[in-house]
Ligand binder design. Structure first.
Ligand code: 5GP
Length: 262
């Protein structure tokens, strides 16, 4: 990986300078972390699976008109993306009570919410990504009113689409976290402006996905809660999406993929 300049290293991904201005290469690591990186592990094949799953989801969302940073997958672990200025917020959308919402509001996990609920958290690892109100976002200038409105509208559209997409493969979308970035665009009159686009990744690392029939968890909660078979669950998601030909026997995912451009 020394051939490119590293721009940033996060917990699960590395960003390298891209081949052209305005592009980056996003590399998916096998590292898994939880509870603000207090719990760590290397899960063989996780990065490959998340690269594939995120590619699939970003392409589908692009097809329904959601602007995303995804340009193309480069290889098993890397994708070419548009360089954006990340808005320092995690946008969480929930359909069913789980995780921190269940805990914070004293709800039983699995309780269906009356409607989709969108929350914002400040991206600050040192503070444990605290929940913030729109009032904080505006007062502290983390995003403009227009950007917040766009993020909420896009998040609800993404939720509608993904709920249907996962329902089609027997999976309930409990909740997910997404991030947005600002892309510089040049207008017809030569002036520049920002467009808010979907960035980061959408994968079992950032979603709660439960089997429709059994409620078996097919996401990162298997790691967070020591349920085991983490990569097997991610492989199951990829297989149901039609990304992998078939599930593997055990451990390392079957990387004989449906597309053949590796
Ligand atoms: P919770 O707030 O219940 O912990 O998480 C809600 C949803 O957002 C879950 O699907 C969880 O995976 C995702 N999420 C929340 N924070 C993070 C984060 O820092 N990283 C990732 N990858 N996902 C997150």
């Amino acid at each position: 990986m020394s051939r490119r300049k590293q721009i940033y290293e996060g917990k699960a991904k590395i960003l390298y300078e891209g081949p052209e201005p305005g592009t980056l290469v996003q590399y998916f690591k096998d590292d898994a972390t939880a509870f603000n990186a207090q719990k760590k592990a290397i899960l063989d094949g996780k990065g490959v699976l998340n690269n594939r799953i995120s590619e699939y989801v970003m392409i589908r969302l692009g097809e329904i008109g959601i602007p995303t940073h995804f340009i193309k997958r480069l290889n098993m672990r890397e994708q070419l993306i548009k360089k954006v200025e990340i808005i320092p917020l995690e946008v969480i959308c929930r359909n069913v009570a789980a995780g921190t919402m269940a805990k914070r509001l004293g709800m039983e996990e699995g309780t269906k919410l009356p409607r989709a609920v969108v929350e914002f958290c400040l991206k600050r690892d040192d503070l444990g990504d605290p929940l913030v109100a729109e009032e904080h976002i505006h007062a502290f200038g983390w995003a403009t009113h227009a950007e917040v409105d766009e993020m909420i509208a896009m998040t609800l559209r993404i939720n509608d689409y993904l709920q249907g997409m996962f329902a089609g493969i027997g999976i309930k979308l409990i909740d997910f976290k997404i991030e947005f970035g600002r892309l510089d665009i040049t207008m017809d009159n030569g002036a520049t402006a920002h467009q808010v686009i979907l960035a980061d990744e959408i994968s079992p690392d950032s979603c709660r996905l439960w089997d429709r029939e059994t409620d078996r968890k097919l996401d990162k909660d298997r790691f967070r809660r020591d349920l085991g078979d983490v990569t097997e669950a991610y492989t199951e998601v990829a297989t149901r999406l039609g990304i992998l030909k078939e599930a593997t026997n055990k451990g390392t995912p079957n990387l004989s993929v449906v597309s053949n451009d590796d």
